[in-house]
Structure formats: C-alpha cells, structure tokens
Design a protein. Structure first.
Length: 457
C-alpha cells in the first residue's frame, strides 16, 4: 500500500513562495512591533484558526472522501531591521552605513481535526519551523546573502488510516548562500552562490523519496537604464536519493543532474508597470536510469506586475519549467498564474489568486518485462499511461481578506482550492474483498475554508 500512498501525492499543487504555506499554517500580517535598539523591530503573535476541509485525504470523486472541521492554533515570533514580503528580505539596493540587514522568525502550528472518526482525529498535528534572511554589507560593492527555511511539517496521507500508521510528515530544508559583486557604479552585478535542499519523510514506507540537493546558482546582470536590466542566470543541481534504488521493486527515484540556463530582461518599463521575461534551456539527466527518459528542452517565464495605485497590485505570469519528481523521473509544467491584491482605506487587505498548469510526469516505474522497476503494479490507466507518463491538469485558487481591528487584533477569512482534475489510476497486484484488482484514482478536488482570529504585535 505504500506505493499507492505516494502516487497520489505526485500531482500535488504548486506550493507557494513561502515554505510554511506548503503546510497550510495560518498566520496574520505582523503588527507595528516593538522597537529594539536603533533599527530593529520585534514581532510576535498568536492566531486561532477555525476551518473546514472538504477532502482530508485528497481522494478522488470515485473514492470515499472525508470532510472535517478543524481547529488550528498557531504562534510566531521574529525580529529584524527589514520586513519580509513573500519570503524576500526588503533590502534597498542603494549603499548604506548598515553592516547587516536581517529578519529571523519562528513559526509553529497545531492542527486538530474535529471529526467523530478516530483515524481522522489522529491525523498528524504539529508543524514548526524557522526562516532566516541575512544580508551582510547590503548595497556595497561586495555583499553576502543567506536564506534559510527549515520546517518539520505535519501532513495527512492520501489513504485513510491512523496518522501514526501513514502520513506525509517531513523535514524540509531549503537554503542558499550567495555572494554579490557590483564593480564600478553598480551597473554590472555578478552573483555566485551555493544552495542546498534536504527532504526527509518520517514514515518509513516513504524512505525511497528522501533526497538531498546540492547546487550552484549564478547570475550576471547589466543595468543599461536606471530601472532596466538584462541578465543571464545559470543553475546546476545534483539530486541524490538516500534510500533508493539499488534494487528493482522499490519504485524508481534516480540520482540526477539538472541544468537551467536563462537570459532576458527585468525592469520597470513605464510608471506602474514592471516586467520580467526570461527564456532559455533546461536539461535534466538521469544517467543511471537505463529506461530513461531525460529532459532536454526550452524553459522560461514571463511575469508582469501592474500597480494601478500605491495600494494595489495586479500580477500575471506564464511559465514552463521542469522539476525532479518524487515518483518518476521528472515533471514538466506549462501554466499561468494571475493574482490581484489591494489594501482598502479602512486598512482591509484583499487578495485573489488563480493558477493552472498542464503537468506531464515522465519516467513512471516500468512494469513487466525482464527487469520491472516496480513489482506490485500491474497497470497504469489514463492519459500517457502507454508511454509510462501521467498527463494531468493542476488547478489552484485562493482568496483572502484580512481586517486589522485596532493596533493588535486582526480577523481574516480565507478560501483555497487545490485540484488535480484528470483521472489516472494505478492497478495493483492485490485483490479487494470481492476479488477485484485494487485501483487507486489519483485525481482529487479539495476545498479549504479558514477563519482566523489573531493577536499580533
């Protein structure tokens, strides 16, 4: 059953830009904070979230779907001399007398489902982690940036059972150390850095998906106008799977090299309009997999940010990219995203966002033949199955309003939709009580509604 469990997670929706969003931890915007020293500000907060989850185990329409209400208290603490926006440190580009810009925070949440069913109530609860953003010698000719996210996240499996038996709990680390050089007047910028990731599932049945990534990041930029630049980026990542796959019959998670080379434009075209357009080549090479495939094609992204007023933002982006897949070799996403945000005169913050991606997962473990890569699967059923692919469409939608009440209290209401809309089934070499082969449909639709009351400083 362990394989059945992870197949359903292979088509998960794209995570947000901030790692704790991947675990759904409710959090409110920081308040005014308390001054610490000359420049730093201390923030803390507590939130109590009430929610409804329409599909706790991300099951298909043809399967038994379990809905439940949930209670989720969270708390956070942080200090810094610069704010964070979408995980980025808001450090001005110009030179200053500061030696260090920073923002360090910790966040914890405890989700409790309130279902009458014991297995639903036992779904893993505690998520906790930290974010670190440091900029040493910000804006100087030579500066150093450190970004670190480290979370232990609690997540339900996609097969209904006790949370202690099956879960997607994991330790997730993502970090990058980058060195910046800006010779002359700063029109030319060069960045070189090291980045690393570590993913470790705490359920032993998912050990084959534990992996380490070590990579190189580099960027060269020329600012030919005060607010416009041409740039080129190159990244190389080596992904190593810790517990897979020396023998057949364990799925197929291959060590691989991924190269991405992009060139393009970034800047403010006219007042209120900022554009980034990057296009290039990507290569993902699975040299130890005799059955392949590897990725070798174009990638890119175009994004537009329009600011109708000082308190409004309209974002639109198109993208094509590939990523190493936890089941199969890699997946390719071709998609679009749109988001609208506005802060009203009465301080209410509103946000709407939607995304769609046509996803193709390549290199599913082969079945049958002299050396099958998986020994308990007899068939794949769905788009692409004949060529050991899975073709699907990933949808996402989110809406949120947050209203500050005085200087300390805040109230927010949020809605999220996550959907994998194209049916794709896996048939297993096992029979149910009626003697039929077991099938697992990997598609799902999930709705989440959350009301959060927060006290924040």
């Amino acid at each position: 059953m362990a394989l059945c469990v992870w197949l359903g997670a292979a088509g998960g929706a794209r995570a947000g830009g901030v790692l704790h969003n991947a675990f759904g931890i409710p959090r409110a915007e920081d308040g005014r904070g308390l001054k610490v020293g000359e420049r730093s500000t201390f923030h803390t907060g507590f939130a109590l979230g009430f929610g409804v989850d329409s599909n706790v185990y991300s099951n298909a329409r043809s399967e038994d779907r379990v809905a439940s209400t949930a209670l989720w208290p969270t708390a956070w603490i942080g200090i810094g001399n610069r704010d964070l926006r979408d995980g980025l440190l808001m450090t001005p580009a110009e030179r200053s007398n500061r030696w260090l810009d920073y923002n360090i925070s910790a966040l914890a949440g405890f989700r409790q489902y309130l279902s009458r069913q014991a297995d639903v109530r036992s779904v893993p609860r505690l998520s906790i982690g930290t974010q670190i953003r440091l900029a040493i010698l910000p804006g100087r000719k030579f500066s150093i940036h450190l970004d670190e996210d480290f979370f232990r996240g609690a997540s339900a499996g996609n097969y209904q059972t006790l949370g202690s038996v099956l879960n997607f709990n994991r330790i997730d680390h993502r970090g990058q150390l980058t060195f910046y050089l800006r010779p002359g007047g700063g029109r030319v910028g060069i960045a070189v850095g090291y980045r690393s990731q570590f993913l470790n599932f705490q359920d032993e049945d998912l050990n084959r998906s534990n992996r380490i990534l070590n990579g190189l990041y580099s960027e060269a930029k020329w600012r030919f106008l005060p607010r416009s630049s041409v740039l080129m980026t190159y990244t190389m990542d080596f992904t190593y799977y810790l517990d897979c796959c020396a023998e057949v019959g364990l799925g197929r998670n291959e060590d691989n090299y991924a190269h991405r080379l992009l060139a393009g434009y970034r800047g403010q075209v006219v007042d209120k309009l900022a554009v980034e357009a990057m296009v290039g080549w990507g290569g993902g090479f699975y040299r130890t997999d005799p059955n392949g495939p590897s990725f070798n094609s174009f990638i890119g992204n175009v994004s537009v940010n329009y600011f109708p007023t000082l308190r409004s933002l309209v974002h639109l982006s198109l993208f094509r990219n590939f990523q190493d897949s936890l089941f199969g070799n890699y997946f390719v996403d071709n998609g679009a995203m749109v988001a609208v945000g506005h802060q009203f005169r009465w301080r209410m913050i509103g946000h709407l966002g939607a995304s769609v991606a046509a996803r193709r997962i390549n290199g599913l473990p082969t079945i049958g033949g002299a050396e099958p890569e998986i020994d308990n699967v007899t068939r794949y059923i769905g788009p692409g199955a004949g060529s050991f692919q899975r073709r699907t469409t990933i949808l996402g939608f989110d809406a949120k309003i947050e209203q500050p009440l005085g200087n300390i209290f805040a109230l927010s209401l949020g809605y999220n939709l996550i959907a994998d809309v194209r049916p794709f089934s896996v048939e297993y070499d096992a029979e149910d009580a009626e003697g039929n082969r077991q099938l697992d449909d990997l598609s799902f639709v999930r709705h989440l509604v959350t009301l959060v009351m927060a006290v924040r400083i």
